[in-house]
Ligand binder design. Structure first.
Ligand SMILES: NC(=O)c1ccc[n+]([C@@H]2O[C@H](COP(=O)([O-])OP(=O)(O)OC[C@H]3O[C@@H](n4cnc5c(N)ncnc54)[C@H](OP(=O)(O)O)[C@@H]3O)[C@@H](O)[C@H]2O)c1
Length: 328
């Protein structure tokens, strides 16, 4: 049997419960993964509370888009994998049916990638969604180049921190935005070349200062909402803006101001792209060199404490570090 987190109605963390069910046998082209850890993402909170942009079928919806484990069984034609191989779940697209909050998850083989050597289980569970979102948005979509001044909002969050590390690896100049000046030292230590604290500074003025007067060449916005205009005002004319997050639930207006090339980015739409091979090479090298490392929250959770894990993320007490649950 597999212990699985489900919910039957939308609501607060308390709607989550653990049930036992038969693990699905892998069908053609599928693999079954015995999970070792999963991470909690803002999208999970949106799905659970009924705020997800995609419909969530109730009752008995599962949850969780990422995690790590070992291959436990192979379906016919699931070539290239062997039982016992450690893998990451690469953004489970149908989380309500095959979510990662479970002891066993059965997914198409294309939805797993090799687990990079050099990570503990908690870091491995926390890396893929943040890494693939930041890499996909900055490198694949916006073609970030060495020397670019790259402005990253919600930089203390999971995606933001990895974005700072990727920009550094490529030789760009990452400028981090936080709402709290108290986070400045932490973000400089996390790889930011400079930090803009919106409780003390105007974003456009600060970015002009840090970019020699020109403004940002590239903006990765993970917040959305009306504040996007203020963020976009820090970009130079002709810059690229990628909107990839929605931490502010209010509507996001199209930014006024200088001519910007604007993209939306959703990593789920790109998980099966052939470029995933390039992503893996970048990730492997970054992990090997110690340049890419997700920040994991210091409070550990399990399947039985998943309600507390959701409360932790919702309260903001995780400080932008990834909330992870491990399975024994
Ligand atoms: N497009 C995609 O494919 C994709 C993939 C993954 C995630 N996302 C989205 O990207 C966003 C960030 O995800 P994450 O996992 O990095 O989140 P996270 O780890 O929870 O990070 C949140 C950080 O953002 C800042 N923040 C929180 N609420 C904010 C608000 N209302 N206004 C401004 N800043 C706020 C906080 O930093 P300070 O307190 O320091 O300001 C916080 O530390 C989420 O909306 C998530 O759903 C999108």
């Amino acid at each position: 049997m597999s212990r699985v987190v489900v919910f039957d109605e939308f609501g607060g963390p308390e709607v989550l419960r653990v049930v036992e069910q038969e693990p699905a046998e892998p069908a053609i082209g599928e693999v079954r993964v015995r999970m070792e850890a999963f991470a909690v993402n803002p999208l999970d909170l949106m799905m659970r509370s009924g705020a997800s942009p995609a419909p969530v079928p109730l009752p008995h919806s599962r949850l969780g888009v990422e995690g790590t484990g070992v291959i436990d069984a192979l379906g016919p034609q699931a070539t290239g994998w062997r039982v016992g191989e450690p893998v990451l779940l690469a953004a489970v697209a149908d989380a309500s049916a095959q979510g990662s909050y479970a002891e066993y998850v059965t997914v198409p083989a294309g939805r797993v990638v090799r687990r990079p050597a050099g990570f503990g289980v908690a870091e491995a569970a926390a890396v893929w969604v943040a890494f693939s979102t930041a890499y996909g948005a900055l490198v694949e979509k916006a073609r970030m180049r060495p020397g670019d001044h790259v402005l990253v909002t919600a930089a203390s969050g999971a995606v933001g921190r990895v974005a700072l590390q990727i920009a550094r690896r490529i030789g760009a100049v990452p400028l981090a935005v936080t709402r709290h000046a108290a986070r400045k030292h932490e973000l400089l230590a996390a790889g930011a070349a400079a930090v803009v604290a919106t409780d003390q500074e105007d974003i456009a003025e600060a970015v002009a200062h840090h970019s020699g007067g020109t403004g940002a060449d590239l903006v990765l916005d993970l917040v959305g909402g009306p504040g996007l205009n203020e963020v976009a005002a820090a970009a130079r004319p002709g810059a690229t803006l990628v909107v990839a997050g929605f931490l502010d639930p209010r509507p996001t207006p199209l930014p006024a101001g200088p001519s910007l090339t604007t993209h939306g980015y959703r990593s789920f739409e790109h998980t099966l792209d052939p470029v995933v091979v390039q992503r893996m090479a970048f990730l492997d090298a970054g992990v090997r060199l110690g340049a890419l490392r997700p920040a994991v929250d210091d409070v550990a959770f399990s399947l039985d404490t998943v309600v507390e894990a959701h409360r932790r993320l919702e309260s903001g007490l995780h400080g932008g570090r990834k909330v992870v649950a491990t399975l024994s």
